[in-house]
Design a protein around this ligand. Structure first.
Ligand SMILES: Nc1ncnc2c1ncn2[C@@H]1O[C@H](COP(=O)(O)OP(=O)(O)OP(=O)(O)O)[C@@H](O)[C@H]1O
Ligand SMILES: Nc1nc2c(ncn2[C@@H]2O[C@H](COP(=O)(O)O)[C@@H](O)[C@H]2O)c(=O)[nH]1
Length: 196
């Protein structure tokens, strides 16, 4: 069988991760806007909405009790505590997509990416990297959405997150949001299942 006639690989899960401030949310937002056919998971979080964030679109904003209930009931595919808040991926919508043979994209932190890798080794893990450490700091500080203490905590976590890059299948360097989004979407295209 040639590569051309090989069947398309069944849909799989793609996970976008990377340090705080690298631009994951910006890339995800551009994919949502420019590539409406790409299905993006909407996470639950106990964090308060930032200005402009819409419940049900950017996140499902829930209180701590509801987050704990969902986690205990197994309703989250993965979940993590990140910089003082809970974040998790609702399980049912992702499983429905994959069962229908359709791809799904998650934007989650390193702890969540590791949980997905352990539970679903066939998932593709994509690391979004900054052009440099100084640029990462500039972006996180420049976003202006966190106080100094939160920025400090996120930068401490970012050092650990950057060190985890070799655990990922693919790295995309976020030089520009357009370029990174296009590289990510290109990865979502079905690939031949095997080469004989
Ligand atoms: N390629 C880029 N060039 C310049 N600025 C960028 C780029 N990508 C993102 N930014 C800016 O960097 C800041 C952080 O981006 P964003 O909020 O998307 O990061 P994030 O990885 O989702 O962070 P977090 O994990 O904290 O949610 C934003 O102000 C955004 O506009
Ligand atoms: N493990 C998970 N991490 C998630 C999820 N949704 C988002 N995130 C990550 O949390 C941090 C902080 O996000 P912010 O919006 O408060 O800046 C960032 O790394 C996100 O990728 C999730 O469902 N699970």
């Amino acid at each position: 069988m040639t590569v051309d006639s090989a069947p398309a690989r069944t849909a799989r899960l793609t996970v976008l991760s990377g340090p705080s401030g690298v631009g994951k949310g910006s890339v995800y937002a551009l994919v949502r806007q420019r590539y409406p056919d790409v299905w993006l998971s909407v996470s639950v979080t106990t964090r308060k909405p930032r200005p402009g964030e819409v419940d049900g679109r950017h996140y499902h904003f829930v209180d701590r009790a509801e987050f704990q209930r969902m986690a205990a009931a197994g309703e989250l595919l993965e979940w993590a505590e990140y910089a003082g808040n809970g974040y998790g991926t609702p399980r049912a919508p992702v499983e429905r997509r994959l069962a229908a043979g359709l791809p799904a994209l998650l934007e989650i932190d390193l702890q969540g990416a590791r949980q997905v890798r352990d539970a679903m080794p066939e998932a593709r893990l994509v690391f979004l990297a900054p052009p440099s450490w100084d640029e990462l700091v500039r972006r996180l500080v420049g976003r202006g959405t966190e106080d100094a203490d939160t920025i400090r905590r996120r930068l401490e976590l970012a050092r650990e997150e950057l060190a985890a890059e070799p655990e990922f299948d693919v790295t995309i360097v976020n030089h520009s949001i357009e370029q990174a989004a296009a590289e990510l979407v290109a990865l979502l295209a079905p690939t031949p299942s095997k080469q004989l």
